[in-house]
Design a protein around this ligand. Structure first.
Ligand SMILES: [Ca+2]
Length: 359
């Protein structure tokens, strides 16, 4: 399923964002060190030791539609690779897609990477219900262990968000969404309860440091994650209290990943490899690898945006039909990524991290 939907007549053809961007606000040295350290490892196993002086492990919540596209699979592989390197602690994995089996698929990956007990959330009935056309989810559920079988075995995502956030230090949590904004919009609507005396907006304001979201297209477009739950994307874009970094459609589109993993004969019985092995041959447009929208969001959420990207500050403007534009402003909490290094640089990094094997 294409990530970019047909544009309405009123919008011009999508063009890449020009890059008159502000100077990077944080040092690029740490992120560059990490990328070079990763490339220095000759084995398939992606060792990425936390450099001396690096910050503590980032508490992170991963919110994904886990299909219909399969870049979500690359994204969760990166997430666990970073967790194994000590760069993040995975607090929860949330689904924003309610097809039956999505919780079990998340549990497959968490189990494979030796974290079977990571809490899993599933959305409410207002969420999209969209399966993968390549049937990689069916293959995973048939071939890999998972203690969770039904979505009803998992938590309600909004309740899990409240529980997880309530226990974390103030302004510490990073949320990365690579699917619909359904759960976050629903969280904002929650009232005080026995989990927290704060409503959803105040809880997010107190606990969340950063939201990184693969959503939108810049400077304008009509993108899948926004279009499939427009009301949620609108609510989050207007009311979400923490800084937001958007990774737009144009960022991941040209980053084609997966072939080195598929062609690596030393890696066997790996669910990440299986998904790319099954799916790449089914689409001619994936002949050079699958576009890596979701992986970029995880990379930025954990490693920061530099040196690969700079930020363009302002705010996203979403219309009721699911199209978006961008308005520049240096005062805004929102920003979107702008390419600062060639897409192939990120491609090599993502390809390497996707070959990470569980520790
Ligand atoms: Ca996704």
């Amino acid at each position: 399923m294409p990530k970019l939907l047909p544009l309405p007549i009123a919008l011009p053809i999508l063009a890449r964002t020009p890059a008159p961007t502000p100077t990077l606000a944080r040092p690029a040295v740490q992120a560059l060190f990490v990328s070079l350290a990763l490339f220095a490892c000759p084995a398939a196993r992606a060792q990425s030791p936390t450099p001396a002086g690096a910050q503590h492990a980032i508490p992170i919540i991963f919110d994904t539609d886990m299909g219909p596209d399969y870049d979500d699979v690359g994204a969760i592989a990166l997430l666990h690779a970073f967790a194994d390197s000590g760069k993040c602690t995975i607090l929860a994995t949330m689904a924003s897609n309610r097809y039956e089996g999505v919780a079990a698929v998340l549990n497959v990956f968490n189990t494979y990477f030796h974290r079977p007990d990571i809490p899993i959330g599933v959305p409410g009935g207002n969420a999209p219900d969209i399966r993968d056309k390549q049937h990689w989810t069916d293959s995973l559920l048939a071939n890999y262990p998972h203690a969770i079988n039904q979505n009803t075995d998992a938590n309600y995502a909004v309740t899990l968000y409240r529980k997880v956030l309530a226990k974390q230090p103030d302004h510490s949590v990073v949320i990365v969404t690579v699917g619909f904004l359904t759960n976050l919009a629903d969280l904002l609507e929650t009232n005080p309860d026995d989990i927290s005396p704060l409503d959803g907006l105040e809880l997010a304001k107190k606990k969340v440091r950063l939201l990184v979201s693969m959503a939108g297209a810049f400077p304008r477009g009509k993108e899948f994650n926004i279009n499939r739950d427009v009301s949620a994307a609108l609510a989050v874009s207007k009311d979400w209290p923490s800084p937001i970094i958007y990774s737009g459609f144009e960022i991941g589109k040209r980053i084609k990943c997966g072939l080195p993993l598929v062609n690596n004969n030393t890696i066997q019985h790996d669910p990440v490899k299986d998904v790319f092995r099954i799916s790449i041959p089914q689409s001619p447009e994936d002949a050079q690898g699958r576009s890596s929208w979701d992986e970029t969001a995880v990379l930025v959420a954990i490693n920061g945006y530099a040196p690969w990207y700079s930020l363009r500050h302002g705010h996203i403007v979403i219309d009721t039909f699911g199209s978006n534009t961008w308005e520049d402003s240096m005062d805004e909490k929102q920003s979107h990524l702008v390419e600062a290094l060639p897409a192939t640089t990120v491609q090599h990094l993502i390809d390497h991290l996707m070959m990470h094997q569980p520790q």
